[in-house]
Write a protein that binds this ligand. Structure first.
Ligand code: FAD
Length: 445
């Protein structure tokens, strides 16, 4: 009987999994996950990965083989032990994954074993959506149109897999118990669809309401595939309006767009995508960076977001935009300093969405959003957290301030009485400074 290897990476599920289907069609399957120390990065995300692997091991009736080490060596070793003629994967499109897979492919080829990629973590594999001249899109709206027109294959359903169970596995390192895995992701999706999709188009911007899907972590690990979500939206009536559904689909498309941009320009993970702001003057200020990271800038909406990141390993999208703008335009620090901190703490930390989310805020990326659009951290807070509930949830030193007062503690007599810090910079002044730097750059050209 033929045996093949299914090497899991960002696809930790069994349902709607074209690569697993391809493996299962060949005969017995050895499911493998390689704990690659290069991906350890954030301790918190690593813990979350381990929880997801525990769930996958259960789903595979204990067959999942876990090995630690360099994938180029480990995959070839396990393939040889299993007597596999093919190794199946979902195609990886991020820069590190592509380099890693090229190395694995070379090693396997030397042993006469093929590496077969089927599907990817996206509804449309990055690189496929192109304009009439065959070029990639650099602007979201035309990408969205073309992405829809391109379409995606129907969901793959649940495969019948015969697992091979005789290979040794390293123990799964100890980790905390937390919601993870395919079943949890499907439940979360079903709950969101039933309860929070209606009204999503407007409520999604309100961190106090917490009405987004929070599926980003499950999508990051591939516990659920975006195509499953898209197909469900087509198949089931939801109580939501067309606008709510459209908006949710567009958010999924942002994830696909950024993956596409990074696929075409892998270097843009850590440097400006566009050269329009080359030569821009940024500061290096460890103290201000630290105040930002620890949520002690004196701007409540910013600090609440930064503390949510440290507390939960997640931050609401509106607040991500505001804290990113604050780092670049108010503190004048270059965006990779902030992007690195996000990657260190986000459970959903994803190179494409993070780097390009940052570049969107910094004005160096895909968006036509010009550098001179600068978020006001106070008015953003008043608008999207009108009663101050989000701020009080994350900033205990402001809990004595009722309603919107929590957004401007300096205007209230007892505002800073519970130890909340003074503002580290003056927004109006720094806004002017940011615009001066832009003018200076333009003059120098
Ligand atoms: P929902 O509103 O329920 O959206 C559904 C899904 O659509 C999300 O799970 C996500 O996969 C996708 N999505 C939504 N908004 C965006 C967006 N702006 N860009 C790309 N995809 C989006 N998202 C990450 O998954 N990983 C990151 O590392 C990341 N870093 C970011 C950094 C910055 C500076 C900014 C501004 C945004 C970043 N985002 C990132 C995008 C977005 O903030 C999160 O995807 C979203 O907050 C996740 O919450 P949710 O699942 O409840 O979103």
């Amino acid at each position: 009987m033929t045996t093949s290897l299914m090497w899991f990476r960002r696809d930790l599920r069994l349902g709607d999994h074209p690569a697993l289907q391809a493996a299962a069609a060949e005969g017995q399957v050895v499911p493998l996950f390689v704990l690659d120390p290069r991906l350890a990065g954030s301790g918190r995300r690593w813990e979350r990965l381990l929880a997801s692997l525990a769930a996958l091991r259960e789903e595979t009736d204990g067959a999942l083989v876990i090995r630690q080490g360099d994938p180029a060596e480990v995959v070839a070793e396990v393939a040889a032990e299993a007597g596999a003629s093919q190794v199946h994967v979902s195609t990886e499109t991020n820069p590190y994954g592509r380099r890693r897979d090229a190395a694995v492919e070379r090693r396997l080829a030397a042993a006469g074993i093929g590496l077969v990629g089927t599907g990817s973590p996206y509804a449309v594999t990055p690189g496929r959506v192109r304009n009439a001249s065959g070029d990639p899109y650099r602007v979201f709206t035309p990408f969205l149109r073309a992405w829809r027109e391109h379409g995606w294959r129907a969901p793959a359903g649940d495969p019948q897999v015969e697992w091979m169970t005789k290979l040794e596995s390293d123990p799964l390192p100890a980790h905390s118990d937390q919601e993870a895995g395919e079943r949890a992701a499907l439940h979360r999706w079903e709950d969101f669809r039933a309860e929070d999709l209606a009204g999503y188009a407007t409520a999604r911007d309100r961190p106090d309401l917490d009405r987004t899907s929070r599926l980003s972590v499950a999508l990051k690990f591939g516990e659920i595939h975006p195509r499953t979500l898209l197909a469900d939206l087509d198949a089931h009536g939801t109580g939501a309006s067309g606008e709510d559904v459209e908006r949710f689909v567009a958010e999924l498309a942002w994830r696909e767009f950024y993956a596409d941009v990074l696929w075409h320009d892998p270097g843009s993970a850590w440097r400006d995508l566009r050269d329009g702001l080359d030569g821009m003057r940024y500061d290096e200020d460890p103290e201000l960076l630290e105040a930002w990271k620890s949520g002690t800038t004196g701007y409540p909406f910013v600090d609440a977001g930064m503390r949510q990141l440290l507390g939960e390993g997640w931050m609401h999208n509106r607040v991500r935009m505001v804290v990113a703008s604050f780092l670049v335009k108010d503190l004048h620090l270059w965006w990779p300093a902030g992007a690195r901190h996000f990657m260190d703490h986000l459970l959903d930390g994803d190179m494409a969405s993070n780097s390009h989310g940052w570049q969107w805020a910094a004005g160096t990326g895909t968006d036509a959003a010009p550098y001179f659009r600068i978020f006001n951290p106070v008015t953003q807070g008043l608008r999207f957290d009108p009663q101050g509930d989000y701020v009080r949830r994350w900033v205990p030193e402001l809990r004595h301030l009722p309603g919107a007062a929590a957004h401007e503690p300096w205007r209230h007599r007892e505002g800073l009485a519970q130890g909340y810090p003074e503002r580290v910079v003056d927004h109006a002044e720094e806004r002017r400074e940011a615009l001066d730097r832009l003018a200076e750059l333009k003059e120098s050209r």
